[in-house]
Design a protein around this ligand. Structure first.
Ligand code: R5P
Length: 288
């Protein structure tokens, strides 16, 4: 079994191959001036393919399918695919008539290749795994690791910014023995202003809270939740987000609000202190 990895995933590849004793090789990758890409692999019977698709999502998706196609042409029998951050996952349903379900579009093409397992981290919605029926999907949510970090802050309440992320808050809160809920948006009838508060009756006054989400893109969602938690009296606000993109002026926004932000290294950045290579290695190991 050989581990092929995208050059941008060398950190994870080293850690995973080190744990599992796999022969790890970087894909040969070329980018042409006009935007086209090329990859080169050596034939192998069984492959673990570690494809970090962020940043340069569209280019990396093309590289992924070129790699799978080349491996198939050379007779690969089995591919265990690890995609730490699954892009296009926010378009997991048709929001407006005429739109595609983009993540389904991408995942459905995997079925054309001998991909037996898909290993990924914190899918935007767990049901996305159903789009690749017939393939074993590992959707890793490193709740224990996240909880371990939050334990030092004596978190009283774990909150998700919206209902779609509630399962994350619930998973962490249950480990921590904390309360959990999700924020809801309300309009102040007098001023017309929008504000957020927990859906239920949890009082945030003087509480240490954690906000959990899957993606931090522009930071708008996290900061709205953070500001509203402070308005409601939270004494400290910590945040744990799996995939940290830090777009635009997200860095400045974060510094102005949260006490601390912790992210996984599915996307490396200055906040990605939570290493998920062990979790991916375990999933690969159980697929071998
Ligand atoms: C939305 O459904 C996601 O779970 C995230 O809350 C969202 O993508 C975060 O985006 P931003 O940081 O731009 O607010």
């Amino acid at each position: 079994m050989r581990l092929y990895y995208f050059k941008n995933a060398e950190d994870l590849a080293r850690a995973i191959s080190g744990r599992l004793g796999l022969d790890a090789r970087a894909l040969e990758e070329r980018d042409f001036p006009d935007g086209e890409v090329l990859v080169r692999v050596e034939p192998a019977k069984e492959v673990v393919l570690l494809a970090r698709l962020y940043p340069d999502i569209n280019k990396n998706i093309v590289k992924l399918f070129l790699t799978l196609d080349a491996l198939s042409d050379y007779g690969v029998g089995r591919v265990i695919l690890a995609v730490p951050y699954m892009p296009y996952a926010r378009q997991d349903r048709r929001f407006r008539e005429g739109e595609p379900i983009s993540v389904k579009t991408i995942l459905s093409h995997l079925k054309e290749y001998p991909v037996t397992h898909l290993i990924t981290v914190d899918l935007h919605k767990p049901y996305i795994g159903d789009y690749v029926a017939g393939m074993k999907v590992f959707n890793i949510y490193p709740a224990e690791k996240y909880a371990e970090i939050l334990r030092r802050w004596n978190v009283d309440v774990v909150l998700s910014p919206d209902a779609g992320s509630l399962h994350r808050a619930e998973a962490l809160a249950k480990i921590l023995g904390a309360q959990y809920d999700h924020f809801e948006k309300f309009r102040d009838r007098d001023t017309g202003e929008i504000f957020m508060k927990p859906r239920g009756s949890i009082n945030l006054q003087g509480k240490s809270i954690a906000i959990v989400d899957d993606i931090l893109a522009t930071g708008g969602t996290l900061i709205d939740a953070c500001k509203n938690a402070r308005l409601l009296g939270a004494s400290a606000v910590y945040a744990v987000v799996t995939h940290c993109q830090l777009l635009g002026n997200a860095r400045e926004k974060i510094k102005g609000c949260v006490n601390a932000l912790y992210c996984s290294n599915t996307i490396p950045c200055e906040y990605s202190s939570i290493d998920i290579s062990e979790d991916i290695a375990k999933a690969v190991s159980s697929a071998l």
